[in-house]
Design a protein around this ligand. Sequence first.
Ligand SMILES: [Zn+2]
Length: 90
Amino acid sequence: MSEILSFHNDEAGYDSWCRLHGHDGYVLTKSGRDWTLHNATCQAITEAGDGKLNTSSPKLCSTDRARLVPEARERSGGRMPIQSCGQCGS
Ligand SMILES: [Zn+2]
Protein backbone atom coordinates (compact mmCIF):
# COMPACT_ATOMS: atom_id res chain seq x y z
CA MET A 1 0.00 0.00 0.00
CA SER A 2 1.29 3.38 -0.88
CA GLU A 3 -0.55 6.21 0.74
CA ILE A 4 0.30 9.82 0.10
CA LEU A 5 1.12 11.88 3.15
CA SER A 6 1.52 15.61 3.42
CA PHE A 7 3.66 17.38 6.00
CA HIS A 8 3.56 21.09 6.72
CA ASN A 9 5.18 22.45 9.87
CA ASP A 10 5.31 18.87 11.12
CA GLU A 11 8.95 17.97 11.67
CA ALA A 12 8.19 14.95 13.84
CA GLY A 13 5.85 13.42 11.30
CA TYR A 14 8.22 14.09 8.43
CA ASP A 15 11.20 12.69 10.34
CA SER A 16 9.42 9.47 11.14
CA TRP A 17 8.28 9.05 7.54
CA CYS A 18 11.84 9.59 6.34
CA ARG A 19 13.12 6.98 8.77
CA LEU A 20 10.62 4.47 7.38
CA HIS A 21 10.96 5.33 3.71
CA GLY A 22 14.35 6.95 3.28
CA HIS A 23 15.39 4.10 1.00
CA ASP A 24 12.28 3.89 -1.19
CA GLY A 25 10.38 7.16 -0.84
CA TYR A 26 9.78 10.18 -3.01
CA VAL A 27 9.16 13.69 -1.79
CA LEU A 28 7.53 16.60 -3.58
CA THR A 29 8.42 20.01 -2.24
CA LYS A 30 6.47 23.16 -2.97
CA SER A 31 8.21 26.41 -3.70
CA GLY A 32 6.18 29.32 -4.97
CA ARG A 33 4.02 27.94 -7.76
CA ASP A 34 6.26 24.97 -8.52
CA TRP A 35 6.61 21.47 -7.17
CA THR A 36 9.97 19.67 -7.26
CA LEU A 37 10.33 15.90 -7.11
CA HIS A 38 13.11 14.39 -4.97
CA ASN A 39 14.36 11.09 -3.69
CA ALA A 40 13.77 10.96 0.05
CA THR A 41 17.55 10.87 0.52
CA CYS A 42 18.20 14.04 -1.51
CA GLN A 43 20.49 16.48 0.28
CA ALA A 44 18.48 19.40 -1.04
CA ILE A 45 15.58 18.41 1.24
CA THR A 46 17.35 16.81 4.18
CA GLU A 47 19.60 19.73 5.04
CA ALA A 48 17.32 22.59 5.93
CA GLY A 49 20.07 24.59 7.65
CA ASP A 50 20.34 26.38 10.96
CA GLY A 51 17.06 26.87 12.72
CA LYS A 52 15.07 26.27 9.58
CA LEU A 53 12.32 23.68 9.51
CA ASN A 54 12.31 21.07 6.79
CA THR A 55 8.54 21.29 6.67
CA SER A 56 8.19 25.08 6.70
CA SER A 57 7.08 24.61 3.12
CA PRO A 58 4.59 21.85 2.30
CA LYS A 59 5.86 18.39 1.39
CA LEU A 60 4.02 15.50 -0.21
CA CYS A 61 5.51 12.08 0.45
CA SER A 62 4.89 8.63 -0.98
CA THR A 63 6.69 5.49 -2.04
CA ASP A 64 4.65 5.51 -5.26
CA ARG A 65 6.04 8.05 -7.64
CA ALA A 66 3.35 7.33 -10.21
CA ARG A 67 0.64 8.44 -7.76
CA LEU A 68 2.53 11.30 -6.17
CA VAL A 69 2.79 13.48 -9.25
CA PRO A 70 -0.92 13.39 -10.21
CA GLU A 71 -1.83 14.04 -6.57
CA ALA A 72 0.25 17.21 -6.52
CA ARG A 73 -1.31 18.34 -9.79
CA GLU A 74 -4.77 17.79 -8.36
CA ARG A 75 -4.01 19.70 -5.17
CA SER A 76 -2.75 22.63 -7.15
CA GLY A 77 -5.68 22.85 -9.52
CA GLY A 78 -4.03 20.82 -12.25
CA ARG A 79 -1.83 23.59 -13.53
CA MET A 80 1.22 23.60 -11.35
CA PRO A 81 4.43 22.50 -13.05
CA ILE A 82 6.41 19.59 -11.60
CA GLN A 83 10.16 20.02 -11.83
CA SER A 84 12.89 17.45 -11.55
CA CYS A 85 15.47 18.09 -8.88
CA GLY A 86 18.86 19.17 -10.17
CA GLN A 87 20.63 17.37 -7.32
CA CYS A 88 19.06 13.94 -7.12
CA GLY A 89 17.58 13.91 -10.63
CA SER A 90 14.30 12.35 -9.50
ZN1 LIG B 1 16.48 16.34 -4.96
